[in-house]
Ligand binder design. Sequence first.
Ligand SMILES: *Cc1c(COP(=O)(O)O)cnc(C)c1O
Length: 454
Amino acid sequence: MDDRARALDAAHRSATAFLGTLDERPVWPRASLDEMLEVFGGALPEEGADPAAVVEELARGADAGLAGIPGPRFFGFVIGGTLPAALAADWLVSAWDQNSGSAMLTPATVALERVAGQWMLDLFGLPATASVGFVTGGQVANFTCLAAARNAVLARAGWDLADLGLHGAPAIRLVVGADRHGSIDRAVRFLGIGRSEIVVVDADEEGRMRPDALERTLEHGEGPLIVCLQAGEVHTGAFDDFAALIPIAHRNAAWVHVDGAFGLWAAASPALRHLTEGMAQADSWATDAHKTLNVPYDCGMAIVRDPADSIAAFRTGGDYLVYTGLDPWDVTPELSRRARGVPAWAALRSLGRTGVAALVDRLRANALAMAEGLDAIDGVEVVAEVPYTQVMFRMGSDDATRALGAAILAEGTAVVTGAEWRGRAALRCSMSSWATQPSDVERTLAAIRALAAA
Ligand SMILES: *Cc1c(COP(=O)(O)O)cnc(C)c1O
């Protein structure tokens, strides 16, 4: 066997062994960063090593510092696992090594991404003509969409950003909800819009932007306007009322952007689609494949209604009015890139339309079961409604809540992560993994029950 085959065999053996430990290993890593630096650090060795031996060394060394993210009881942050077809497709992407910025060189991977994008637009009920840029995740998808938005609203105000730059440009009013995701603020920071320029609209109890408050906010001020809405608030899972909000924004000539990192996928379920009603009227949407769709990191999608707006922001070269097809580098900030959309194609192909709907429905059913079980534990209180996949809970005091969170991580059965909601500590359980079974919800509840009692 040549070196490549031996190295790949070693990776296959190590990966299979790791995946085999997921049901029993502590879900939170056992080793700290310092311990991992101890294992892998030191001066660069003078001499090289056999490729297969390198793979074995790194797999052995990393084990204690790995989180059980692809396992069935990782409920921290909003993080999915990895579907089998998507995982294997990701390996192929590396073996193929296609620099997938343009169809000219890599037609196979660009076609796979184009088709995956079309399938997603179909699942989300978004216009089939929208551009879909595969980026690293929701953060960069928000950035990419908002860069297109900035360009477009300035162009409508008679300002050619590509030519004139930001200096002296009309001020953009960037309107967000009080419970937006932090990645929105970070995206606009990259875009040259300052913190003090962001206009915040009140949200309701569940974290949804209040339509009456948006209406009042937009009465004042003029000029280029971008309104950011949200499908899936990270704590409560709540969805903005798009059917009420988007018409208000559009009456004021706004570009409407929707951050739907995990929430857009509700549209793929006939049972949950109502949460996204009216969402298709927006101008851009950001979402992730590495959360709800369960593909490996990293994979997010920046979707823009009119591809000309993506192209105006990103195409290399000047002629953006006539195009014959969208190359990946026309619609995202990247040039050289891996074909990260291919695992998304494989995930969608392996699930089919009904499989995607069933996946989303299962996440929601697990979330409801978790909420019900948590509520029944003495001293534990579920904090908000569960419209989607997020469950927030706490104990009587902030200290007790934080102590329970730390105890859950140390005990090892599951991972939930801490949050703050309306000034109080909470714990958050995000149902995002395809691998979670009802028995995993039961096991997690049993562990939390014991810890809460202690
Ligand atoms: C996770 C998340 C993001 C950021 O996405 P990444 O994939 O982590 O870059 C943005 N918005 C929301 C609502 C999210 O849940």
